[in-house]
Write a protein that binds this ligand. Sequence first.
Ligand code: ZN
Length: 129
Amino acid sequence: MNNKIIKVVDEYEKSINDGIIVGTKCDECNEIFVPPRPICLLCGITLETFEKIETEGKILTWTIIHIAPPTHLEKVPYTLAIVELNNGQKLTGILNETNNEKINFGDKVFASFDKLEDGAKRLRWNLSS
Ligand SMILES: [Zn+2]
């Protein structure tokens, strides 16, 4: 991986461990990318400004994974959701609900930062009610 990508991934993981989500903001066009990208998709410039972003939103769509890649075998079933944040940005992540009957389009969700076995925290989405 190149250094720009490593820096952005490090910053993102650090933010999750601190209980916030950050994106990168373009100083040229003000676009915010989440998860953070090292380069602006619109201007092509290197992004070095990190900005705290929304931790609440609604479910756009989801899928429950039963057949996982080797790294996620012990996690099945798990739910992967695309969440539209309150400011319109979209962020994919694991939803802490695997009962399909309890999940609906547009359901409100909030982020939690759950500590895993390896001690690192991971972003998880949770149904609000
Ligand atoms: Zn830009």
